[in-house]
Design a protein around this ligand. Structure first.
Ligand code: UD1
Ligand code: UDP
Length: 355
């Protein structure tokens, strides 16, 4: 059996990390393709190094661009590879342009698609990630769901076949890296004390590309930084916009650093007082680390974290960001809603058995 996996953006490297190793363990050949959507060292290579992911056999080198440019270029290049490699299955991860382009190319060639992290849904329906998720689920043969809510979402759309609850592959990776990482040396590197700082990330287009929203978020973080250190590993998209909108004046008190590797991200998350983010991955990792999360969105695909108050939604409101950090409601305990850390193995077992 031969599988082609396609990755391209930061969270996809993390999701691939253990699946790749499990496929090898189960004796399944995997050809890894990197679309090139993310290409800076700190957005790409660093993850391959830290997570010991094998080198991709192909890098499509598509780089940045509009949605159509990125999706179209990936499809054109990926199609050639699929015709050449003739896999039995194409694996796609998450909700990026790389995900949709990979799934669509394979489906049109009548190659079955497996979607890891299927079934997530959120408002607004026109956000690029939501479009990518809905369409990818529609054309995937296997839908591997990280939560029971994801299965319910698919059912509500009439999708029942090929749906599996596996748990979340990101939990598997989080547990592994947490065990291996020397937390103290990471905190020392950034001159931080456990529980005495807030970790923040910002990268959603609806937050970065609208000046008023980005300004409000930075004002909120800046106010927080009057009481507690705030560390902000800055996504390149956000850095560009802060500069274009001339907003660096609101960041004087904030410790801005380059994007960090996954080991540092886990260490910074586990020791934070609060995590303030618009990242789908990081809001969940805050929960894995039992750190309350303040989510700068109107809605989230990880709605169970809102219902249990591990995360609260504050949109881009500066006052609510501040309140969310210092007056977070008490969260309630939950069962293993994202599985038991064996999602990667379950996914590979299902593929082996059913394909
Ligand atoms: C993409 C995904 C998003 C995911 C995020 C993870 C889509 C539509 N969005 O958003 O779902 O949450 O990745 O981080 O696929 N840039 C660099 N260097 C890089 C990568 C990007 O400078 O290595 C800059 C470029 O100016 C680029 C911008 O960041 O235009 C946005 O990059 P892009 O990959 O289009 O979207 P993300 O915001 O990263
Ligand atoms: N992350 C990282 N370094 C950073 C910021 C985030 O390793 O500087 C990790 C984070 O721990 C999480 C993942 O990247 O696992 C989330 O990716 P991102 O926020 O880019 O995308 P999303 O999850 O929102 O799709």
């Amino acid at each position: 059996m031969k599988i082609v996996s396609i990755v391209g953006a930061r969270p996809q490297f993390i999701k691939e990390a253990l699946i790749g190793k499990k496929l090898e363990e189960f004796g399944i050949e995997e050809v890894l393709v990197h679309s090139g959507q993310h290409y800076d060292f700190n957005m790409s290579d660093i993850f391959f190094k830290i997570l010991e992911i094998k080198n991709p056999k192909y890098n499509l080198g598509v780089g940045s661009g509009t949605h159509a440019e990125q999706t179209g270029k990936i499809m054109m290049e990926f199609e050639k590879i699929l015709i050449d490699e003739k896999p039995d299955l194409v694996l796609v991860y998450g909700d990026t342009n790389t995900t949709l382009a990979g799934a669509l190319t394979a489906a049109k060639l009548k190659i079955p698609v497996a979607h890891v992290e299927a079934g997530l849904r959120q408002e607004p329906k026109d956000m690029p990630e939501e479009i990518n998720r809905v369409l990818t689920d529609r054309i995937s043969h296997f839908k591997f769901c990280p939560s029971l809510k994801a299965i319910e979402n698919l059912k509500a759309e009439g999708i029942r076949d090929g749906v599996y609850f596996t748990g979340d592959v990101m939990l598997d990776v989080f547990i592994k890296i947490k065990e291996k990482t020397d937390m103290k040396s990471v905190l020392d590197k950034y001159d931080l004390k456990p529980q005495k700082y807030v970790l923040s990330t910002i990268h959603r287009d609806f937050n970065t590309d609208v000046k008023e929203r980005l300004e409000s978020i930075l004002k909120g973080l800046s106010k927080v930084s009057e009481r507690m250190d705030v560390i902000l590993p800055l996504h390149p998209r956000t850095k560009k916009r802060i500069s274009e909108f001339d907003l660096f004046k609101f960041t004087k008190n904030i410790k801005i650093i380059d994007p960090v590797g996954y080991d540092e991200s886990v260490a910074l998350t586990c020791n934070a007082f609060r995590v303030v983010t618009d990242s789908g991955g990081l809001q969940k990792e805050a929960y894995f680390a039992k750190v309350p999360g303040v989510v700068m969105m109107k809605d989230t695909g990880w709605i169970e974290l809102i219902e249990s108050r591990w995360n609260i939604l504050v949109d881009a409101d500066d006052e609510m960001i501040y309140e969310g950090v210092f007056n977070h409601p008490l969260p309630e305990e939950m069962d293993n809603i994202y599985g038991d850390g064996n999602a990667s193995e379950k996914i590979v077992e299902i593929i082996k058995e059913k394909l």
